[in-house]
Design a protein around this ligand. Sequence first.
Ligand SMILES: NC(=O)c1ccc[n+]([C@@H]2O[C@H](COP(=O)([O-])OP(=O)(O)OC[C@H]3O[C@@H](n4cnc5c(N)ncnc54)[C@H](O)[C@@H]3O)[C@@H](O)[C@H]2O)c1
Length: 329
Amino acid sequence: MKTILITGGAGFIGSHFVRYFLDKYPQYQIINIDLLTYAGSLKHLQGIENHPRHHFIYGDIRHRSLIENLFQQYSIDAVIHFAAETHVDRSIQNPDIFVHTNIMGTQILLDTAKNTWQNAENTRFHYISTDEVYGSLGETGFFSEESPLMPNSPYSASKAAAEMLVRAYTQTFGLNTVISRSSNNYGIYQHDEKLIPTIIRHALQEKPIPIYGNGNHIRDWLYVSDHCRAIDAVFHHGQSGEAYNIGGHCEYTNRQIAQTICRLLDEKKPRPSGQYADLITSVTDRAGHDFRYALNTQKIENQLSWQPETDFVAGLNQTVDWYIPYFLD
Ligand SMILES: NC(=O)c1ccc[n+]([C@@H]2O[C@H](COP(=O)([O-])OP(=O)(O)OC[C@H]3O[C@@H](n4cnc5c(N)ncnc54)[C@H](O)[C@@H]3O)[C@@H](O)[C@H]2O)c1
């Protein structure tokens, strides 16, 4: 039996991942620590609250003695670290909490792992990062794992800073680490402040659907279950000290995303008059808004045999179906 500490497992991606790992690996016990901030919820863990191999701990990754006690009490073998402040707009309004949680929280986890694990064998620290650490692309090109980290928002800067600490703990202390950098995720349980749930909510509530600036900003979209499979591959087979891009080969502008969701809603829940796309409204652009993210994913595809599997419209259909009663109830 291996015991894995998952941080942020009541958040969007973390909760999907906890379910995925419990199902796939009967030999793993999961200790799930989450502070249940505005973004985390025990509702995301419904059905697995009393699972015999899942122990939920309400707590803060910045609380050193709590983390040290968890490592001792449960003999933690590995960490998969999702917990973070994650919303770019909030990081522009209040960067402090991003520095505290995303950088200092990561350092406490790294330090405890380093102090507890006597050697690198049979241990692993997996840091969940983002494509936003690379900064912004123009119309063409892709970021590879060799691209320089040039983050532009306080959120992406805090994620990149944490990555540097992960690297340092491998170089200096020999900690067994991997980093994965994923593109934008979508799926059920995402907090409704993020782009796709915001579009669905505003549409269903007959409110203007806000799109930053001209709506031409491009993101690469990845279905959350494809991300979970990729984390599994990197966690088990990635090489220590390496980073792996995880992308969906699925680039759309924000306006295209809004239009696609509106079309789906027109079919599923027609408005009394007009179409949902009539609600799409440009709002003042986000400060420092990155124009485009796109990833070269050859490394994970060639070395770890992972590829995204979910068709975008199929994944979006399932997501919209889940959010309709969620927002209308
Ligand atoms: N959502 C995406 O599109 C995306 C893309 C790439 C990378 N990521 C990364 O994946 C990870 C998870 O993202 P998400 O979208 O699921 O985020 P989320 O905001 O939905 O969840 C974050 C979770 O962390 C918890 N948390 C926050 N501060 C904490 C603290 N101090 N101690 C313990 N728990 C704390 C929250 O309660 C929440 O449950 C993050 O590290 C994020 O940077 C997300």
